[in-house]
Design a protein around this ligand. Structure first.
Ligand code: HEM
Ligand code: NAG
Length: 492
């Protein structure tokens, strides 16, 4: 045994002895091992502080209110109003369990109950966890990259056809135009050509009637009360269901197969081999329409407003399009879309600054512990509602440099600020167990639209940069977003 080895052994023995002595000594002082101490609950805002809180809410809005508490109390705190306890978890360090926790420990609870009369009791929160998990797999399968390739051509056709009507030059409300265009794309790629060609107007006006009446405050609070709003909702649901049932039945009876998402849902099978029923297919397709419509149209509008407001980024996107056209000609397919990485970052940054779903909520069924970045531990008790407010967590300065500045390059090579902060610091599409299955599809739509616009028009934002309308259930650009356009071929 040489000197070094013996020195190591001596050190190990020494540490071991010390540990033993220490343990015995402690044992001597406390006859029984102390009960394992539980971390304290998070700091609570109650009583008189609530008055101040409400004042901030009314005068400055939700975001400022939460930001104030975050600055004062740190990344974990509880707001208690009328015995209702909501604990805010801000930042990736304290968010892992929120996104990844088992459905039995943490779930949407009754928060999404209002979706049952809207989507039907055959899907989502109308069925048990196991069935819901399988149905979620149907979404993931129907929207996976291998399936998406075939939609590029149809999306392009819709986009080209739509902008023909713009003519040579003019002004338009971008928000309204893109909303309309995205409905046409959804009709074609999600619902299929029967709806797109024969019943577009009827389907989308009924769908609007359904969602509008489902999202009224009164329907959210009392989804089953016999009120005019809930009755209008139920009538619209029945009408929509009838139209979609005809489409599904006619495809089945004539043995016709299409490439759209509806077809994928018709062909989906549960683990035990059972195929989806007509009612399930209809619930699933309404849910997809609902999940993708407003999110995609606000994202396309914000992306445009941001680009037109930041000439240097617009210039980078134009250069990228020129390079791609030089390489592939006018042709756009799935792979060309994947090469539009600058445009991708511009969409990603627009989403980061204007997340269509700005706060996620869950219900806690089993106590859990979080540790903050500073090392404090807190136990969040069962019964609490927990909230992950993106409007705050997207703006954490130790993760995102100058978060208020529109800076798509933060996601580029060398910086990748969304990755260095850890797994749950970019959550516009949520993450973990409930991550949006439509993410790739959403990017595809927005890229098809914006690459077309940039290749064919010179655009200018002629109204002021839009504010956010927080009064909508899902926030959107306030008022009209007016652009002037002039058709010109992209100089190559
Ligand atoms: C920019 C556009 C989009 C954004 C920002 C977005 C965001 C999200 C988020 C945050 C969730 C999870 C909500 C939660 O955890 O409570 C979600 C769920 C979902 N999204 Fe998206 N989404 C977008 C577009 C789409 C599109 C285009 C589709 C379909 C074509 C889609 C389909 C879905 C579905 C089916 C769910 C529910 C998944 C489940 O039940 O767990 N989304 N989306
Ligand atoms: C959960 O937390 C609550 C409140 O702190 C506590 O009363 C309860 O005993 C805890 N439950 C478990 C199983 O630890």
């Amino acid at each position: 045994m040489d000197m070094t080895t013996s020195a190591v052994w001596f050190a190990i023995a020494h540490v071991f002895m010390f540990a033993l002595i220490f343990k015995v000594a402690r044992g001597g002082i406390t006859a029984h091992p102390p009960p394992r101490s539980r971390p304290p609950p998070p700091p609570v805002v109650t009583g008189t502080c609530i008055v101040g809180l409400l004042r901030t809410l009314v005068t400055k809005g939700f975001r400022e209110m939460i930001q104030d508490q975050y600055t004062k109390l740190g990344s974990v705190f509880t707001i208690s109003v009328f015995g209702l306890k909501t604990t805010f978890l801000i930042g990736p360090e304290v968010s892992a369990h929120f996104y990844q926790g088992l459905e039995s420990d943490i779930s949407h609870g009754k928060i999404l109950e209002f979706t049952v009369p809207m989507l039907g009791k055959e899907v989502g929160y109308g069925v048990d966890i196991a069935t819901r998990t399988e149905q979620n797999r149907f979404y993931v399968d129907a929207l996976k990259p291998a399936k998406l390739r075939c939609h590029v051509g149809s999306m392009l056709q819709e986009v080209e056809k739509y902008f023909v009507k713009w003519g040579h030059q003019g002004t338009a409300d971008l928000k309204q135009e893109l909303e309309q265009l995205l409905m046409l794309i959804s009709a074609r790629c999600l619902l299929g050509k029967e709806v797109r060609e024969q019943m577009f107007d009827e389907v989308f006006s009924t769908f609007h009637e359904l969602t509008d009446n489902s999202l009224r405050l009164i329907s959210l609070l009392f989804p089953y009360a016999p009120l005019p709003t809930t009755q209008r909702r139920d009538k619209a649901r029945a009408r929509l269901s009838k139209m979609f049932t005809e489409v599904v039945r006619s495809r089945k009876s004539s043995n016709r197969f299409e490439e759209d998402v509806l077809q994928n849902l018709i062909d989906s099978k549960y683990k035990d081999g059972r195929p989806t029923t007509d009612a399930e297919v209809i619930g699933l397709i309404i849910a997809i329409l609902f999940a993708g419509k407003h999110t995609s149209s606000t994202t396309s509008t914000w992306t445009g407003a941001r680009l037109l407001n930041h000439p240097q980024h617009l210039e980078s996107v134009i250069k990228e399009q020129q390079q791609i056209v030089r390489k592939y000609g006018d042709n756009i397919d799935y792979n060309t879309l994947l090469e539009m990485s600058i445009l991708h970052c511009c969409i990603k940054e627009a989403l980061q600054m204007h997340p269509p779903a700005p706060t996620f909520l869950r219900k806690v069924h089993t106590n859990f512990t979080v540790q903050t970045r500073e090392g404090s531990e807190y136990e969040i008790p069962r019964g609490h509602t927990i909230a992950s407010p993106l409007v705050i967590s997207n703006n954490i300065p130790y993760i995102y440099k100058d978060p208020d500045v529109y800076d798509p390059e933060r996601y580029g090579r060398g910086r990748e600020e969304d990755k260095v902060g850890g797994k749950f610091c970019y959550t516009a599409f949520s993450g973990g167990r409930h991550a949006c299955p439509g993410e790739a599809y959403a990017y595809m739509q927005v890229k098809v639209i914006w690459s077309h616009l940039i290749r064919n028009f010179e655009l200018k934002l002629v109204s002021p940069f839009p504010e956010t309308d927080w009064l909508k259930v899902a926030p959107e650009p306030k008022g009209k977003v007016m652009v002037s356009y002039e058709r010109r071929p992209l100089p190559i």
